[in-house]
Write a protein that binds this ligand. Structure first.
Ligand code: SAM
Length: 295
């Protein structure tokens, strides 16, 4: 439900910023949300209730944090900018189940934070309007650390959202799509115009939901090697999979062995990396490993 004096209302946002003499830092990706409808959509997509927790990355002046506090049983927010901490403590004072941590989320021990702050909730989702300069490292940290997450609902750059949700054979499909889809099921929630932020960013935005998988959808013998194969296959997008793999894994050999292995995985050597499904990459990784190929 939205109220007249919500933090996210343009009037209240301006008042808080002026009273604290706050100035935006572009280098920290500070674009604050001032649209109640969009905030409502983000929170709704996370499917929170009083038995669940929410982790917010980069709460800014608390516009989204306040909405999360009204839905979730426990809310923890990690903010890098020390100047915002006293503002957050003031505006979120009415919500005792909100905890504010000062720090860089990329350097935070999230496992320890989960054990400490979310001991009394059944499930936790990450809900955030992410700083765009570090979107991918933040999302990969959340996914790779295998935190016990239900959903990750985030506002990110539209192009990045499209790449994460892309299917094989499309121009947006690449190693980021495969990494994200290995750990989660992505779904585009909505496209967001620049006008809902102050200051307005230079790029278009989108809200994406990643439903975190309990198990990857494919079996790979060695995850590290799997991602090496994926990265190598997209090293030069216009080259065939055989050429890309040759450069990375068989630089001194003839093509015969590589082509044999590709055929054993059911993959035509003339295909391009962008046409292979997650399952095909998994099969290829396991065939290469079992033939003794290493990274
Ligand atoms: N949640 C607020 C909103 O929607 O209005 C602010 C979102 S703003 C796009 C991104 C926020 O992330 C800023 O408050 C910024 O200071 C913070 N931030 C940037 N880098 C961060 C990092 N590495 N760790 C934690 N917070 C970070």
């Amino acid at each position: 439900m939205q109220r007249m004096d919500d933090i996210a209302s343009p009037r209240r946002t301006k008042e808080i910023i002026q009273r604290h003499g706050f100035s935006f830092k572009k280098s920290l990706g500070q674009n604050f949300l001032i649209d109640q409808n969009i905030l409502g959509k983000i929170v709704e997509a996370a499917g929170l209730d009083a038995s669940k927790g929410a982790l917010e990355i980069g709460p800014g002046i608390g516009a989204l944090t306040e909405k999360l506090a009204r839905e979730a049983g426990a809310v923890t927010a990690v903010e890098i900018d020390q100047r915002l901490i006293p503002i957050l403590q003031e505006v979120l004072e009415p919500y005792p189940h909100v905890r504010i941590h000062h720090g860089d989320v990329l350097k935070t021990d999230l496992g320890a934070l989960f054990r400490e702050d979310f001991a009394n909730v059944s499930k936790v989702s990450v809900v955030a309007n992410l700083p765009y300069y570090v979107t991918t490292p933040i999302l990969m940290k959340l996914l790779e650390e295998r935190l016990p997450l239900e959903n990750i609902v985030v506002m990110i750059q539209k192009e990045v959202a499209e790449r994460m949700a892309a299917s094989p054979g499309t121009k947006d499909y690449g190693s980021l799509s495969i990494a994200v889809q290995y750990y989660s099921e992505p779904e585009l929630v909505c496209i967001v115009p620049k006008t809902v932020f102050i200051p307005q960013p230079n790029v278009e935005s989108a809200v994406i939901r990643l439903k975190v998988r309990e198990q990857p959808p494919v079996e790979v013998d060695d995850e590290n090697f799997f991602f090496q194969v994926v990265h190598a296959s997209f090293a030069q997008r216009r080259k065939t999979i055989a050429n890309n793999l040759k450069t990375r894994f068989f630089p001194k050999e003839g093509r015969e062995r590589l082509e044999e292995l590709l055929h054993a995985a059911g993959i035509e050597p003339s295909r391009r990396g962008e046409t292979l499904s997650l399952q095909e990459y998994a099969t290829l990784c396991n065939v290469l490993l079992r033939a003794g190929v290493r990274g």
